[in-house]
Design a binder for this molecule. Structure first.
Ligand code: SF4
Ligand code: SF4
Ligand code: SF4
Length: 272
């Protein structure tokens, strides 16, 4: 199947189906995001389609912002596809300019739509703590703690934060030019850990109707804070209240589920 990916990328580039293809390539012993292009076609032989995850769609949106006419081929798993839908909803990318090559999380399968079993929580995880929160918990299990206990556990988790911004930087749907998390009137510069709860609450609120539950933030967090669980909870509320499931379609917007009450003004692709 690996051969099919290489062949498809070659074919798309050779036949000008796309101008460039965003995927992964092994370089100097590391798997890195890479733009494959027609005049370096031989590089397509090095494409890696194993279980590597990076928000390639975020890179695609940045390229399109600078070169609006470019046609991009993109290696996507289900989480990338959901992020792509969100980027389309937020007018960051025109789906018409992106041709996707879909892969399951399983490295050996090239299928139309994969599943996300790679990220499914297991019943017993390695992250048992005395006073924190188990990364593998379901939101309803977390709610079985009384409110005081719950807040103490989140405080325990958030006090480990070193404000590295890894969670925001890796997030496929965090794309604002001026990020609130760096606004000095909201988040005090140089304070570690960031003041409880404003830093994490701000990001959690921004992930409402936006987080596609890819888990990259949690993977990136050097403090192992259960961020995915926090954003899952936020989006459970969005689903209950607005009947909006993030990332399921490039057309359904969190704004138009409110009917006539809110309208999203179209703006040029790539503006913040
Ligand atoms: S899980 Fe984390 S990285 Fe993924 S979309 Fe949600 S907030 Fe962003
Ligand atoms: S959504 Fe919020 S946290 Fe993410 S980049 Fe924008 S302002 Fe920053
Ligand atoms: S990645 Fe973790 S440590 Fe870094 S800012 Fe985000 S929550 Fe804090």
């Amino acid at each position: 199947m690996q051969r099919d990916v290489k062949e498809t990328v070659r074919e798309w580039l050779e036949n000008d189906v796309v101008d460039l293809f965003l995927g992964y390539r092994m370089m100097d012993g590391h798997v890195l995001p890479h733009a494959f292009v027609k005049n370096r076609l031989e590089e397509a032989d090095d494409i890696v389609s194993g279980p590597v995850r990076y928000p390639l769609e975020k890179l695609a949106a940045e390229i399109v912002a600078k070169h609006p006419d470019v046609r991009i081929g993109l290696l996507v798993r289900d989480c990338n596809q959901r992020a792509l839908n969100v980027l389309a909803v937020w007018n960051r990318i025109d789906p018409g300019h992106v041709k996707t090559l879909n892969l399951n999380c399983c490295p050996s399968k090239l299928i139309e739509h994969g599943d996300c079993s790679y990220l499914e929580p297991t019943a017993t995880g390695p992250y048992k703590r005395q006073v924190g929160i188990d990364n593998n918990m379901a939101p309803q299990d977390l709610e079985s703690y009384d409110p005081g206990d719950r807040i103490m556990r989140w405080m325990y988790e958030f006090q480990k934060c070193i404000k590295c911004y890894g969670c925001r930087n890796i997030c496929p749907v965090c794309f604002c030019k001026d990020c609130s998390l760096e606004h000095p009137e909201l988040i005090e510069t140089g304070e570690l850990p960031p003041e409880f709860p404003i830093f994490h609450l701000t990001r959690a609120v921004h992930m409402a109707g936006r987080c596609i539950d890819c888990g990259l933030c949690e993977d990136a967090c050097p403090a192992d804070i259960p961020l995915r669980l926090l954003y899952r909870k936020v989006n459970e509320i969005v689903k209950d209240v607005f009947d909006y499931q993030t990332g399921t379609s490039p057309d359904q917007s969190p704004f138009n589920v409110l009917g006539d009450q809110v309208t999203l003004e179209p703006r040029p692709i790539g503006t913040a």
